[in-house]
Design a protein around this ligand. Structure first.
Ligand code: PAF
Length: 284
């Protein structure tokens, strides 16, 4: 088991990677907020197939938290994160302080996520996606990876990152990593630890609803949505925020009568914890 080199300055990260590149090695970046679980570890396993050198950034980006309590309660587990990454042979952990990333406070210059950035997750967390894209742009500029991994679980974020990379001609390949699930289908998330036993049990209906939508998708959008709503009904610990079927190329809801590939997205509140999930399907 090797220990990743933990770097906490922008300059240190750039210098370390300059020598890797000078030796002809390619670089993969997995950006994270830390509190790593098997879902993140799937990224670093895949990254090993994509590049010679693996960098994981661990930075609890304050600007993307719209509720101060969420930022406060976000778990900071650097030592155990580094130990998990060591067990997977990751080369570098970039773990800068807030002052290192934002020496003059939140940046005046920001990437805007556009209209899709104000929908779904963006509707309940105004400014969240602008902040995510801004910090991702900073991380991509610092690390300059050949490839960067983003989770399919955060489908809206993945869509927006891909669009930023295309719109701004960023020189990086974005690799989507499939969602890792518990045995009952619940998507792994660092927020799952906040669920009480009853909420944890209820949370399984989110993936069950998406499965139901996929199974009914031959019948079109109405059938898929009705099947998902049916699965959610009766689980009164789950307060549904949205359930939508969106087009993979635009991330806006598909029209009635649309037939083709789509993504069902869902978000719900369980007690104090907000969970999201999604599933690709094919509408008949
Ligand atoms: O998905 C996350 O963990 C974060 O939004 C990211 C991409 C690391 C940016 O802070």
């Amino acid at each position: 088991m090797s220990t990743p080199v933990v770097v906490d300055t922008v300059r240190g990260m750039r210098e370390a990677l300059a020598s890797e590149r000078a030796a002809g090695r390619t670089v993969a970046l997995t950006p994270t907020l830390g509190a790593l679980h098997e879902g993140h570890l799937a990224h670093v396993v895949r990254a090993a197939e994509l590049a010679d050198v693996r960098v994981v950034s661990i930075f609890v980006n304050p600007t993307q938290f719209t509720v101060p309590e969420d930022l406060e309660r976000y778990p900071r587990t650097l030592d155990s994160d580094v130990a998990q990454l060591a067990a997977r042979g990751v080369d570098y952990v970039f773990a800068p302080s807030v002052e290192e990333m934002y020496p003059s406070g939140p940046t005046e210059t920001k990437v805007t996520a556009g209209k899709v950035g104000t929908m779904y997750e963006g509707a309940s967390r105004p400014g969240h996606f602008d902040a995510v894209l801004t910090v991702v742009a900073k991380l991509l500029n610092i690390v300059q990876p050949d490839v960067a991994t983003f989770g399919q679980k955060d489908a809206q974020q993945l869509f927006l990152v891909r669009r930023m990379v295309a719109d701004l001609n960023l020189n990086v390949r974005v690799e989507a990593i499939e969602t890792v699930r518990e045995a009952d289908g619940l998507a792994l998330s660092s927020r799952n630890r906040f669920l009480g036993p009853k909420e944890r049990h209820a949370a399984r209906v989110l993936s069950a609803a998406l499965e139901a939508a996929a199974s009914a998708s031959d019948g079109g959008i109405d059938a898929a949505l009705a099947a998902a709503q049916g699965a959610l009904m009766g689980e009164n610990l789950v307060a549904l925020d949205y359930l939508k079927i969106v087009h993979p190329k635009t991330f806006v809801p598909v029209d009635d009568g649309y037939s083709g590939p789509a993504i069902a997205i869902v978000a719900a509140q369980l007690g104090d914890t907000r969970l999201i999930d999604n599933q690709s399907l094919y509408l008949g």
